[in-house]
Design a protein around this ligand. Sequence first.
Ligand SMILES: [Zn+2]
Ligand SMILES: [Zn+2]
Length: 243
Amino acid sequence: MKFKVLGSSSGFSEIGKNLSSVFVEVEGKCLIFDAGEGLSQRIQEEKLDYDTIDAIFISHYHPDHVTGLFMLIQVLYIQARTKPLHIFLPERVEEFANLLSFFYTFQKRLSFELYFLEMRTINKYYPYVKAFKNDHLLSYRKFVAKEKLPNTLSSYSFKIVEDNKSLIYTSDIQTIRSISEHLSDCVYCITDAFHPHINEIKALEHLVKEQVILTHGSTTGTNKLVKENKKYIYAEENKMYTF
Ligand SMILES: [Zn+2]
Ligand SMILES: [Zn+2]
């Protein structure tokens, strides 16, 4: 398996960093997890454009994880991509798909088949990818209830497995409780450095074999942790890992 953090910025859009996205090559497939703004440029830099990517997985609909998707579709259309593209979404799939026509991007005009799919169908297409719901959006419950919104507060973390070894990408999380049962065989864990309490991040030390790669910004707590404990590193956007 190979992976590279394409974007490690927090939701504040930091200068010199790209917004959330991770590239993974597994079982001969090229997968992208999250599509932060600027992804269309990043995939061209990394030569992952044209027909390279097989699927994109969106963890949740915060803008720093999804707004790059529309430009990416436009770039792939202009490049005359031919391979079908699977896009797995966290919630309200049909409504999301309908947004394309809002942007004058018409699926019938595209040179490739675009499939918007529910997260629960991953196993049918990519059985070595597991998505599990995390607790990131639960604090919005009161707003959603008050406004009677259709939002389902769905946010996902991902586990990618090959040869009994796994990579975990937490995306945004509040606590590691929602992912801890999935950490068996975890060699690398790419985790949100910004939202969880520092003790949550510290608890990953003995659950992850090689390294805990911190992304999505930093805090004074994570700065100290990276200095003191070699298990923890900040994501470098140009570093490819192979294991
Ligand atoms: Zn975020
Ligand atoms: Zn978020």
